[in-house]
Design a protein around this ligand. Structure first.
Ligand code: HXC
Length: 258
């Protein structure tokens, strides 16, 4: 059952995961999130994969956690199964770059998934929002914490307290979306961005991701020291020598991801 809730495809060094619950706007039920976790772990372990793309359908990236699944859940069930943390944190801890490709609704947990990704590409049809307040709950997969870091306190409060829908333009202006790409060529354009990353050195991509994410967790001086240590370490790689040699010899680098 879990196999069909996501579809996976390897395209060179790019691993595409498509959320596939069309009858429920890709609502993120536990079996779907478990399948996503398994796919992320598979991609993390596969040395030939450099970049991940998570996409939904034209109508919905994901309309949130599954409301039907949550409705009767008790406190003790949520606590014992470690609801959300158990499956969702696999995305937040993925060490390779992850691109979210958003068309249609990205609401509640769907929007929170995009916040765990590194680059968010949206079509003009994308609609973000944190409508949990309309259900008598609050965001539970990180929006109250991560959203403010992307869009600032004023927008985070507005979006979470009103539950209103946010257009792709507003999300891009506010800093939640990296780029808006045309609807007609959306998937091709997303793949072009992914393939651009796939040409880089994997350790370089991973260190950049690790360093940028560290900036959200550490005081500036400590973050700068962390960056400097990684920067020193990169001189131990083949790809640093190759990248710089290729520049000086006016040719394309041949990275070995080592
Ligand atoms: C379960 C959902 C769902 C969801 C949609 N569906 N969203 N099922 N959980 N989050 C189901 C509907 O029940 C319906 O099933 C089918 O998908 C199609 O949805 P419609 O509502 O008929 O479509 P439409 O009228 O086009 O409206 C689309 C929509 C609306 C605006 C996205 O579905 C909607 O408001 N969904 C809920 C959004 C939301 O509140 N998300 C936050 C969830 S809480 P049937 O069987 O009737 O056809 C959350 C908590 C996060 O995410 C904390 C932890 C992660």
């Amino acid at each position: 059952m879990t196999d069909s809730l996501i579809l996976t495809e390897k395209n060179g060094a790019v691993f595409v995961i498509t959320l596939n619950r069309p009858n429920a706007m890709n609502a993120l039920c536990t079996p779907l999130m478990q399948a996503l976790k398994d796919a992320l772990q598979q991609a993390q372990q596969d040395d030939t994969i450099k970049v991940l793309v998570i996409m939904g359908s034209e109508k919905a990236f994901a309309a949130g956690a599954d409301i039907a699944e949550m409705k009767e859940k008790t406190y003790i069930e949520a606590y014992k199964e470690n609801y959300i943390t158990n499956a969702w944190e696999a995305l937040a801890t993925c060490r390779k770059p992850v691109i979210a490709a958003v068309r249609g609704f990205a609401l509640g947990g769907g929007a929170e998934l995009t916040m765990m990704c590194d680059i968010v590409l949206a079509s003009p049809t994308a609609k973000f929002g944190q409508p949990e307040v309309n259900l008598g709950i609050l965001p539970g997969a990180g929006a109250t914490q991560r959203l403010g870091k992307s869009v600032g306190k004023a927008k985070a409060m507005d979006w979470c307290l009103t539950g209103r829908m946010i257009s792709a333009e507003e999300a891009e202006r506010a800093g939640l979306v990296s780029q808006i790409l045309p609807e007609e060529t959306f998937v091709d354009d997303v793949m072009k961005v992914a393939q651009t990353l796939a040409k880089k050195s994997l350790p370089s991509l991973m260190m950049i991701k690790e360093a940028v994410l560290a900036s959200f967790e550490t005081p500036l001086a400590q973050g700068i020291t962390f960056e400097r240590r990684l920067f020193h370490a990169v001189f131990a790689t083949h790809d640093q020598k190759e990248g710089m040699a290729a520049f000086l010899e006016k040719r394309k680098p041949e990275f070995r991801d080592a």
